[in-house]
Design a binder for this molecule. Structure first.
Ligand code: SF4
Length: 342
């Protein structure tokens, strides 16, 4: 794949600035008024009870959304929760591929996404037609898709994975099989390194993580030399950063960061991922200090969900997410393999 083949929203070096299209055209709504949070959260809890709904929130969501949710976590944790929940309605405070995933795993339940504009530049970086063409070039290869993909792409995949279990998924595939890994190139490069497997890697990226650069880390490493650096494997800085931070650098999924911070004796952590995770880290590891290496690492899609939109979603049953039956059935197979391996 060349840069010219990429969809505009992929945000690649050499293409026009992001502000000109794709993620740049979706703006983060202004912060809500904290004085209104408690009343809105009480209203939301009451609506959730009335409509037999469970509220799931990704750890990149606004703090006030995380605080009102029944479950907060990364994609893998939330996928499992969606499959196991007893409520008849799932409200997904996250982005559209996550709501689709919940619907695929729980087809008899109603799945709501509070804002339909909540997309994902990484999921947009490969279409199902591009994947079919790629598979045609490597007919015997096993296809492993990061969970940040559309339902149609999952349906063309053998396995899904998240950053929490990607290494285990690659290790579960026989060593004599070729692997197509998509869509995140930084996660793919990291997987090659930690598994020792040669992968065919799609050149997609998340514009938020790709925007965290080695210079951000160098600055903080100079200013906070004793801090431990926690890096998400989607970051564009990953390999260079290992050189800079040495033994103090740890490549972890978002849930891995929470567990690591809780168990580590260190007091200060530099965080290289979307800044919404800081809310969760501060709650789960109180008394420790968490510093984002790039304060602008904010996913505008994740921040689209506000308390008002969540309340309206519950009150009005909007916006219901559906996945075509055949696509869902094929995608479920790849997702269930992911869940079984983790
Ligand atoms: S942070 Fe990146 S990968 Fe996650 S939802 Fe936003 S655009 Fe997608």
């Amino acid at each position: 794949m060349t840069a010219a083949d990429r969809p505009a929203s992929a945000g690649t070096a050499g293409l026009p600035p992001l502000a000109d299209f794709g993620p740049g055209s979706v703006r983060v709504p202004p912060p809500g008024d904290p004085a209104t949070f408690a009343a809105l959260q009480a209203e939301i809890r009451e609506l959730a009870r009335k409509h037999d709904a469970v509220i799931l929130a990704h750890s990149y969501e606004r703090g006030e959304i995380q605080d009102v949710a029944d479950h907060v976590g990364d994609s893998l944790h939330l996928s499992r929760t969606a499959a196991a929940t007893s409520q008849s309605t799932i409200v997904f405070c996250g982005v559209s591929f996550m709501a689709e995933t919940a619907k695929i795993l729980s087809p008899s339940k109603r799945v709501l996404l509070p804002d339909l504009a909540a997309g994902c530049s990484l999921a947009d970086s490969i279409t199902v037609e591009q994947l079919r063409n790629w598979k045609a070039e490597h007919r015997d290869a096993v296809v492993v898709s990061y969970v940040n993909t559309t339902a149609a792409v999952k349906a063309e995949s053998d396995y899904c994975c998240t950053s929490s279990n990607a290494r285990a998924v690659i290790n579960a595939i026989p060593t004599d099989r070729q692997i197509l890994f998509l869509p995140d190139m930084f996660l793919g490069l990291w997987l090659q390194r930690v598994t020792g497997r040669k992968l065919h890697i799609w050149l997609g990226e998340c514009h938020v993580h790709a925007g965290i650069r080695p210079a951000d880390v160098e600055k903080w490493h100079r200013d906070e030399p004793g801090a431990e650096l926690l890096i998400h494997p989607e970051c564009g800085c990953t390999s260079q950063v290992i050189e800079i931070a040495g033994d103090n650098a740890h490549i972890l999924s978002t849930e891995g960061m929470v567990t690591y911070a809780q168990q580590s004796k260190a007091e200060t952590f530099l965080i290289a991922t979307e800044t919404g995770i800081l809310h969760r880290l501060n709650q789960k590891a109180p008394g420790k200090r968490f510093v984002p290496v790039n304060r602008e690492a904010v996913c505008q899609y994740m921040k689209l969900t506000t308390l008002e939109k969540l309340r309206d979603s519950l009150a009005l049953g909007q916006f219901e997410v559906d996945v075509e039956v055949d696509t869902a059935s094929k995608a479920r197979r790849a997702l269930e393999r992911m869940i079984a391996i983790a």
